[in-house]
Design a binder for this molecule. Structure first.
Ligand SMILES: [Zn+2]
Length: 171
């Protein structure tokens, strides 16, 4: 058997490799989400070859602009594992994450991501987050979001309290 054929056998329809199985689950969640009134996005979090949690977009049904598939899956995985640290986990998402979800993936310390659709696919159906990526690179005074800095010294008091706290849980 050639190397290519071995690869086909590994990732073929009949004998799906685990990565394809998890991605198909994320895609199925995305399709189900559409039927339930959510956006077409699904995500699956896997640790050591097992599904820890899943999520799908629930922005409209739950009136929550942060209820994206990846954030929902991260919250569920953290609750299931009883930790804020998802090191060693992988995320399978039906679409390349938006800046919020990408940030959440980093904060959760998920080490590997698999995605199906990309940003351009999402933009074509009305989910264009490219402007957020562009905004993030700008100095706050140049962003579309009006941002005013104030009471910095008073705000730093919370930081001083954090630095001085001997028994804090760092994350
Ligand atoms: Zn997102």
């Amino acid at each position: 058997m050639t190397e290519e054929k071995a690869g086909d056998a590994l990732c073929g329809e009949k004998d799906m490799c685990p990565q394809e199985r998890f991605m198909r689950q994320a895609i199925k969640l995305a399709r189900q989400s559409v039927e339930q009134g959510g956006g077409p996005f699904g995500a699956v979090i896997v640790k050591e070859g097992k599904v820890v949690a899943t999520g799908h977009n629930q922005v409209v049904p739950s009136c929550d602009p942060t209820a994206h598939a990846e954030v929902s899956a991260i919250r569920a995985a953290a609750a299931a594992l009883g930790t804020f640290d998802l090191s060693g986990c992988e995320i399978y998402t039906s679409c390349e994450p938006c800046p919020m979800c990408l940030g959440a993936i980093y904060w959760a310390r998920i080490g590997r991501m698999y995605y199906g659709c990309d940003q351009q696919d999402a933009a074509r159906i009305g989910f264009d987050d490219s402007f957020i990526y562009r905004e993030m690179a700008l100095d706050p005074v140049r962003r579309r979001l009006v941002s005013c800095r104030m009471l910095a010294d008073e705000a730093r008091e919370a930081f001083r309290a954090w630095e001085a706290k001997p028994d804090k849980t760092e994350y």
